[in-house]
Structure formats: structure tokens, C-alpha cells
Write a protein that binds this ligand. Sequence first.
Ligand code: SF4
Length: 675
Amino acid sequence: MKPPEIIRLTPGKRVLFLTKDPDLVRRQLRGELDLRMEGLRVEDLLDDINTDAMTPAWVCFSHRPEDIARDAYAGLIVDGKRLFERDALINGNFEVIVSGYRKGVGSSRETAVQAEKWSGIRIAVAASFAPIHARNNISQGVLMADHEMLKRLQAGEGIPLEEFCQGWDPITQIVIREGGLFPFSKALAAGEIELPKPDTGPRPMTMAEKILARHLLSGGEGPPFDSQRYVKPGDAVVVSVDGGYTHEFTTAQVHYFLEQEYGTDYVVKNPGKFAVFEDHLIYADEVPKMRVFVDKIETLRELQREFQRHTGVRDYSAKDRISPGICHEVAREQFIDPGDFIQATDSHTCMGGVNNALTWGVGATEYADLIHQGFTQVEVPESIRFELTGKLQPGVTAKDLMLYILLNHARPQATLDRVMEFTGPGIATLSMDERATLTNMATECAAKTAIVVADGETWRWLAEWRPGIDVERLKARAVAPDPGAEYAGGVHTIDLSALRPMVAHPGDPDRGIPSDPTNGAWIDEIGDVPVDIAYGGSCTAGKIDDLIFYHQVVKEALDAGFKIAPGVRFMIQCGSQAVEDFVRRNGLADTFERAGVQLIHPGCGACIGCGPGVSETADEVTVSAINRNYKGRSGPGKLWLASPLTVAASAFTGRITAYEPGMFARMASERPVLV
Ligand code: SF4
């Protein structure tokens, strides 16, 4: 619904303050207390409210926003109990919700906003919002305000809608005025709104800018692919979308929203390069705490199948309960082309940038809108460039490079909301699988996405994976940065040969240090860290080269007479069926079997707390090749992020150990000989 030109509080409706004092929240929820901003300080309000706290994963097993709203804030636990009981937010009759800094950090899940909106919230007040959460508010038509505006509203003042639009680009302002993304698109289709025409003149462009410029639709003139157009960071543009995908966690919502907005006979524009995947929950049935949700998970799967039949998008459903693979891995193997603009409902969509494409994740509403229209609106992002030189030393991998970038560039926020461009002579020394680790972890850097310049290896790899493709046609679509292109985040040269094996540690809750991928540390400086679980897999580390890394270590350890350390569970999960076929065809699986490694069929599994490899107690320590170690993501234990080589070496030594070629033979020769 379009918001009025003057925004006022509705008589009889209430304002909920999420205070650091849980008792004040309880009393507001019980209707015993109404607070005013004048009587509070911003420091009294909760900061860093995580989307996991707003809608934990189990709440997302429901796809209807009205059901999700019933468990709004189910993840806010105080003294072991939910602060918000079921229906508490709905029953409180609130229309404004107030918090401190960085509201909506963590996962990009749009359900966090839906939980509030379908509970009656129409204005979210905070000192600042996480960028993706803010976009989700805009998509859903929830207005955002600061604490000074709230004081004025509570004093009875009407605030012009224009003030709620300030700071946003011109097209986003129109979306806010229309009341969200669906009303905006309908008004656009009906010719009721006119978009600002892009007027950026010739300038050197980054790779991301070039791809967006080629996809420009603003002005309604259509985008001949080769036409020379220009954009700059901050430009608000409407661009065509080449393809995308959803998975069983998100498809049901997309289908539901499209039916609600356009009726049960809705159609999508270009289904050929859009897809659905069954990958995230494929092993959920095997995790005890997930078993209570099996019926809901089955409903999600069934609704995804219904959506696929209805729209005709590519079908990557499981066959005989085996997934074709993790969406990001299969998409880059099979259909993401250089020069593409791809959108999908998952934060690791950025992985597709390895194919010299521009790819990033969006919420379910944005995706439903763009798959229906064939276009979307974006603000051209800034870029940061990493010029790679030299060559990684044996025992050092792309994962170590990303842990280094996370510590040195993401932690000080240099990558925040920017496109990470990877260029330089060092690129040629990295395989496509290793480059994919770089683009995959852009989301851990809080970047918009990442993209790698194309070279001979790109064309060789694409031709190998897609026999018969027209490589010359793809070459014509590739982009490289122009000399003189502007990088707001700077150009950073990294000498690959200077890197050493790294980990990201799980923090220290007692000292207020959260578990975070930016907690980088050199392995030779962390001391003795015994492990219980070694896990290799996920979209980051389930590629063919990752499996070759695991195998290199396992074989070397076996040949030197080593066994997996007593008490350690070592699991390896393939990223796609093609990866698993490679592993079985080439004898890697036999080596894993001899060593006692549990080799798991493709899927997300332990990475999302839904499969073998999840820790079961807070004391358990995992060394894992996945991409993120946020608290509780892969079980309650402590999770150290590391490279595939480190994971495999640690499984045999029983403590976090950097791999060095020949280390096991050396260790064997140093063993005392018993006489
Ligand atoms: S493997 Fe993990 S990070 Fe990758 S898509 Fe699946 S859940 Fe997300």
C-alpha cells in the first residue's frame, strides 16, 4: 500500500522499544508499559540485532509471512527462554519497532522483515541498518527512520514522506513512495511512473560497471548488447537480468508472493536461464534437532516442485534423494556465462563472479519481482581491486588468501558493499576452482560481490565443462577493467608468495569476541588446538581441486602409515554430482575409504547445520573448510575456518596443523623406533 504523503502515528497503535533491559521489553509486550524516546538514550537500546534472532532458521521452514510473524524474534533468548513468546509481537498492537545500531546484521534473510511487517510494523527505527536488511525493508514497504524522527512522531508531528526517502538513490525513492517493490513494478508496467534517465558520460569503467552499463534499461530504449553506455557508482539504474536461481529454503516464498501479486496463472519472463535447486535441506532428516520439522521441509520441497512445473525453470531437484549439487557450484559449472548479470536468493551467489559475471544475492521479494519482470533496479556499487602477483607457496591455498583479505581488508570495512575485483598476473597461477573460493567468500567480506578477470584458463575450463559451447561468443561478452577505472576502495597489490596458512578463530564469548570469519590468525601462532571434527565441503570447499587437496594429504598420510587421529571424525562432502563422479572415477574415493573418511553425497549439509559434521555440544572443536563460522551455524561447538589442506592435515594430527608437502613422511622418520 502506498504510504501517505505525511506520516503520523496511528491513534491507539503502540511503539515497541527493544531495550537492553529485557524486563522492559517483557513489560511492553504484556501491555504494562509504553515508553517514549524522550525518556531513553540510544545506548539503552539493543544493537546488532541479528536476523537469526528475528527469524531463526527453523522459523524459515514456514513460507507464509503470516505464519513467520507468529514467531517473530523467536531467536532472542534470555536466561534460556524466549523473550518473545509465540504471537507476542502481533498481540502487542505495535506499528513502530525501535532498536540501536546496525539493525538486521547477519544473514540476508528477508523473513526478518516479513516477521515484523506481518505483525503490524510499518516503521522500523534504528540508529543504523545493515545494508541488505535496509533493502529488504524497502522491498516490503516498511519505512525506516531515526530516533530524532521518532521523537517528533511521538510528539504528534506529521513528517513528510520525503524525509523517509532522504539518502536513497532516485529509483529507490520511487520504490519507497510506491510502498514497496511489487507496487513499484506494477506502476512501472502501467506507465504510471517515469524513471530518471541515466546520463553518465564516457568514463573508464570497472568490470562491474561495464556489465551493468551493458544491461541498462532505463529510459525504455532497450539494451543492444554492444552499445556503449556508461554508469558510475551511485547511479540508480534499471537493468535486465540474464538468469538466477532459488533453492528449497526460498522458492516456496517466491511462488507464494507471485501468486499473491499476479494470481495463480502468473508467468515468468525468461525461464530458460533461471533454476531451482534442492541442496540446502537435503540431509536435514539426519540431524536430530531438525527431525521435528520434516513435514515443513517436505512442504517446501513440494512447493518448489510446483513452482518448477508452473514456470518451466531449470530443474535441479534431487533424484533418489541425491542432490545434483550446491546451487552456486552447479550454476557456475553449467550456465553462468561471462558478462552475465545473475541474481539468486542466497548470499553466496557472488561465487558466480569467477566466470567473469556479475552475480549477487537478493531477497525473495526482489527475486520474485525480477523473475516476473525480467529486470531489476540497482544502485551502481563502488569497487575495490585486488591485484594479485606472485604464486602461492606449496601448502597455501586460495582459502588462506581469503582469510588474509578478511582480516586485513574486510575487518576494517574496506570491502563493505563494494565489488571486489581480482586481477593481476597472480590470477593465472590459480585454477578456476581456486578463483571460485575468492568470489565465494566475498559475502563474508560484506562485499556486494566479487568478479575475476577472464583469461585463457577461463576459456579452457568453460570449454571443458560445457563441450560444444561457442567460446568466441563468450569471449566477446567478457569484461576487463579500463585503464583509469576508479576504485573507491583502492587498488591493493597482494604478493601470493608471501602468504602463509591461516585460520579464522571462533572468538572468545567471555571477552565479547564473537566467532567471525574476519578473526584471522597465522596457524604457526595459535598454539595447540585439539580438534574433534574435521569437515571438508560446502560451496567454498567442495570443488574438484578441493577434493584433490584433501586427497593429496590423505594419501600422503596413509602412505606414511598414519591414521585419522583417535576421536576425530573426518567428513568430506562433494559440491556437486560432477565433483563426486570425478572423485569416484579417479580413485580418490577409494583412498578416502581406506582412511576411514566419511564421503558424503553433494549438498549443503553441515555448513548450514543440516547434515553430518555438525557439532553436538558446546565443547566440541571443529576445523572446517566452509566459509563462515558465525555462532551456532554448524552446531553449538567452536568452529575454526581453514583451508582444505589444513582440515585434512589436522584430521590426522588431531590438532590444527598447517600442511607441508612431505610432512607425514618426515614425521614417520622421526618416530622413535621401539626395540
Ligand atoms: S554450502 Fe553453505 S554457504 Fe554454501 S550455499 Fe550451502 S549453506 Fe550456503
